[in-house]
Design a binder for this molecule. Structure first.
Ligand code: SF4
Length: 296
């Protein structure tokens, strides 16, 4: 088949750190698609894993047509980890054959699918070239994980995180500030600290909960069941999280939803980050971005 360009279907999301990466879809949509705060794939298309043939055709097209060297590859969409291990190994090997200078191959993966793979399959993926996985921890609190229908528990998250690290794949964990609402704010942060301290991921990426159109959690806000945190309450969560972590991870606050930009290595840069949060906390509430309903 002669292609005129890379083929994409449905929403394409990637981490900010993959802005310069070649993006080739291995899956369409998300196989879980139940998280109450996430609207990314809620309106379809229906989840499917693309065929090896199609994925290879796209990779080959990029090899033939890209004008710049491909050094990093990201495979969207949600949960490429769900591919059959041998199929994914074939894709990874083919990617490395086409782009011998590739330095990083990255995917999104949810904890429940990672632990299903187990050590042997995850090791195969690591050996074949999978070098980084972005996992949505969102919260370490079991009650919050249940409320947001994450499909995992703190224990599953710890197992998955440790497995990724054990097979030599870099791990980026996402935390969503404010996702417990006012009711579970304290529990959300204290349990998230516990989980992250058990895992010690390479990267911790902070996002702030922002209600999105057409999501179940927005209905909970409208009925008063879920109470959204103020900017100052979010800053307190940020402070308590960074203060309580006993890890050597890099912290990145690389997202438009956040009220403060804190980036640095723990524990070395902790005090600097905490000082910055204290400084931001002195601002008047009207100086922060407004709470709005996101559309994407
Ligand atoms: S947050 Fe991730 S796992 Fe949950 S529905 Fe959205 S894409 Fe799927």
């Amino acid at each position: 088949m002669i292609l005129s360009g890379l083929r994409y279907e449905g929403p394409i999301y990637r981490p900010p750190s993959e802005a310069n990466s070649l993006l080739v879809q291995t899956t369409i949509g998300c196989p879980w698609n139940k998280c109450t705060f996430c609207m990314v794939y809620k309106n379809g298309p229906k989840f499917k894993i693309r065929s090896i043939k199609e994925i290879k055709e796209d990779l080959f097209w990029a090899k033939e047509n890209y004008l710049f060297p491909v050094e990093t590859v990201f495979f969207p969409s949600g949960n490429s980890i769900i591919m059959k291990t041998d199929d994914f190994v074939e894709i990874l090997s083919y990617t490395k054959k086409l782009f011998p200078n590739v330095k990083r191959i990255t995917i999104y993966g949810s904890a429940q699918y990672i632990i299903k793979k187990g050590f042997d399959d995850m090791k195969k993926l690591s050996d074949a070239g999978l070098s980084r996985i972005h996992v949505g921890l969102e919260s370490g609190s079991d009650v919050v994980l249940k409320n947001i229908c994450k499909g995992s528990t703190s224990d599953i998250q710890i197992q998955a995180g440790n497995l990724i690290k054990k097979v030599g794949i870099e791990l980026s964990e996402y935390v969503v500030l404010g996702i417990g609402g006012k009711k579970y704010s304290k529990n959300h942060i204290s349990e998230t600290i516990k989980v992250l301290n058990h895992i010690n991921p390479d990267f911790i990426r902070i996002r702030t909960f922002l209600p999105k159109i057409n999501t179940p959690i927005l209905k909970e806000i409208e009925t008063g069941k879920f109470k959204i945190l103020t900017p100052h309450e979010i800053l307190k969560e940020t402070f308590d999280l960074i203060n309580g972590l006993n890890v050597t991870s890099m912290i990145f606050s690389d997202h438009y939803t956040n009220y403060v930009r804190v980036n640095g290595r723990l524990p070395k840069d902790r005090q600097e980050m905490l000082d910055q949060i204290k400084k931001e906390s002195k601002r008047d509430k009207d100086e922060f971005r407004k709470i709005f309903i996101g559309t994407e």
